[in-house]
Design a binder for this molecule. Structure first.
Ligand code: PDD
Length: 285
């Protein structure tokens, strides 16, 4: 059984217990992170911890752990779980109250939980072997604070389930004006005439760490032109390539949107370049 961390102690998963009065359970009142780790090496660790701390500050959740403390905790967790291909899940909820009340107390200690789950081997940059994602589109019905990586994910879960129920991999979302926001658990990029385009960060988009790394890598290690600007639904449907990014998927090629074939119906040439560059450079950020 996997070893997890809960409130200062490492223990077998089956021994980790949290009160039903925990505000994470009652209200989804918490922040989380998922960090990929291969053979003990994390991708984008500092950026993930920075986003975690920004999310905690946004929700006024006090958590005493510093970036150094998180590093030590995560390293120990990785070692205790065999240091293979692991997703590291970090979760900080506001803590356990004596009652269920919307207003939050200022003085309860945060609940800090971390565990590892197995993930696939490092994604390859290989057109024939790469997964080919089929997605649907929908109007984004989540809340107005999607930049906060809150554990309250029901809006995302419902959109994702819409896709899963149809045997699709992801649901990509458009705001009321018809502009792309993101996927239910991914950021979205399109390619048109050699240009890589992704929506700019806003309160409707999670500032994905893979998105951030990919933009930096493309700008610093290639001559590929990158634009952060609004993207209409028509541009997605007519794109030469569509990509999804997330910590576990890295850069993933979409081959079908709402039943329409994208490009040549397989991962495209810029995807190959982008994923190759990502693979080579991802540990340097
Ligand atoms: N999901 N947008 C949303 C809504 C997400 O939930 C995620 C990640 C991303 C990509 O972010 P990153 O590149 O930092 O993983 C974008 C995680 C993996 C999850 O909920 O499991």
């Amino acid at each position: 059984m996997s070893v997890v961390y809960l409130n200062g102690q490492f223990m077998p998963l089956g021994e980790a217990k949290i009160s039903p009065m925990d505000r994470g359970f009652l209200f989804g009142d918490g922040i989380y992170e998922v960090i990929p780790s291969y053979a003990g090496l994390c991708v984008g660790f500092a950026a993930h911890i920075q986003r975690l701390q920004q999310g905690l500050a946004a929700l006024e959740i006090r958590c005493a752990l510093t970036a150094q403390d998180w590093k030590a905790l995560v390293q120990q967790l990785i070692q205790q779980n065999g240091a293979g291909n692991l997703g590291i899940y970090l979760h900080v909820s506001r803590g356990t109250d004596s009652k269920r009340a919307h207003a939050y107390p200022q003085d309860i200690p945060a609940t800090i939980f971390a565990y590892c789950f197995d993930i696939a081997a490092e994604p390859e940059a290989d057109i024939d072997k790469a997964p080919r994602y089929k997605v649907m589109t929908a109007t984004d019905l989540r809340w107005q604070r999607c930049h906060i990586k809150s554990t309250a994910l029901l809006g995302n879960v419902m959109h994702h389930q819409q896709a899963a129920a149809l045997g699709l991999n992801e649901c990509i979302l458009f705001d009321e004006q018809g502009f792309l926001t993101e996927g239910s658990s991914t950021n979205v990029f399109i390619v048109k005439k050699g240009l890589v385009i992704t929506p700019p960060l806003s309160s409707q988009i999670l500032p994905g760490i893979t998105r951030q790394l990919l933009l930096s890598i493309l700008r610093q290690h290639s001559t590929i032109q990158v634009e952060e600007r609004s993207v209409s639904k028509n541009e997605v449907l007519c794109a030469d390539e569509v990509w999804l990014t997330s910590s576990s998927k890295e850069v993933a090629a979409v081959v079908e949107v709402d039943g329409l074939i994208i490009g040549a119906g397989k991962p495209g040439p810029l995807w190959l370049k982008a994923q190759s560059l990502f693979k080579i450079n991802k540990y340097n950020y």
